[in-house]
Design a protein around this ligand. Structure first.
Ligand code: SF4
Length: 297
């Protein structure tokens, strides 16, 4: 908690980089430092993190970002991001002679491993999550038979799922809410003779969501006048934090950087105590920078 100019800030109990994102970003920084003055370029496939300010910082250090594996030059050093990649991409990189540093988050690797093992055992694999998200694409890319797998976004889609097998395994995107997994499992259990439910939800996500819920409860008790949420606008986990706060009755200002903070200086008028939260892809340096500027507004 800090106070200046009569504005009190209450930091969420869990905010900013989760373990997996920090591990991946640290590995990228190490690779860039090691390759300094050498000819080997350091690449990621897709943005390494859903935070434009952190991506710019890494690019300024020399990181190259490819849209697909086709853009990776031969013999490059390639960091696999925390979301992971399908097996086909890892195999293509091998063929290109790339030096691969795999920073797939261990929680995502667990979901990939379960998808591979259970599909080998003949389970129909049902992934609960966003079908366009790279993590889901990566897990799907570890299923042995892609015709024996489906992605559902919620229990409604679970209801309309066609039964193609008598045994199924339900695996969750790591950022799902537990209630969503329980609701999907509740529907599927009556559709298959055997249902194997894997709770692959990561604690880091739940902790950040819980911390925002606690801030919203404070606001109901008239202890907070609003919440500043710091994080990339393309970050799904940050978006979920916004939804939780708004549903909990909190007035939210979602900003990516200090420029947006200044543009929204009027939001702070007549506020004396506000919460601060940040998504799992928001770096600590950015949280500190914004907090130090808020108290000067
Ligand atoms: S949210 Fe969880 S699963 Fe995803 S990168 Fe962070 S620690 Fe890993």
């Amino acid at each position: 908690m800090c106070r200046a100019n009569n504005l009190e800030l209450v930091m969420a109990d869990h905010a900013g980089f989760c373990f997996g994102v920090k591990r991946a970003v640290d590995a990228i920084c190490d690779a860039l430092k090691e390759n300094n003055n050498k000819n080997k370029e350091v690449w990621t496939i897709g943005l390494p993190i859903h935070n434009p300010q952190e991506v710019e910082r890494l690019k300024a250090m020399g990181l190259k970002v490819a849209n697909s594996v086709n853009e990776i030059p031969e013999n490059a050093k390639v960091l696999i991001r925390a979301h992971g990649e399908p097996l086909s991409v890892l195999n293509e990189l091998k063929l290109k002679g790339a030096e691969v540093v795999d920073t797939t988050c261990p929680f995502v690797s667990r979901a990939q491993g379960l998808a591979a093992d259970l599909s080998k055992q003949g389970y129909y694999i049902i992934l609960l999550g966003d079908k366009n998200h790279p993590e889901i694409q990566g897990i799907l890319g570890h299923v042995i038979d892609s015709n024996a797998a489906a992605v559902i976004k919620d229990d409604q889609e679970a209801k309309s799922l066609k039964i193609l097998n008598n045994k199924a395994a339900l695996i969750s995107q790591t950022t799902q809410q537990e209630g969503m997994l329980a609701a999907a499992a509740g529907v599927l259990v009556s559709k298959f003779r055997e249902l194997h439910v894997c709770n692959t939800i990561c604690k880091a996500t739940a902790e950040r969501q819980e911390a925002v819920r606690a801030l919203a409860e404070d606001s109901l008790n008239n202890k907070l006048d609003g919440m500043v949420l710091i994080g990339g606008k393309a970050s799904a986990n940050t978006g979920k934090l916004r939804d939780i706060a708004v549903n909990g009755g909190l007035e939210v200002l979602w900003i990516e950087d200090a420029v947006e903070l200044e543009e929204n200086a009027g939001w702070f008028k007549n506020k004396s105590k506000i919460g601060i939260a940040a998504g799992a892809s928001t770096p600590e340096w950015l949280i500190k920078e914004i907090c130090s500027k808020i108290v000067l507004i």
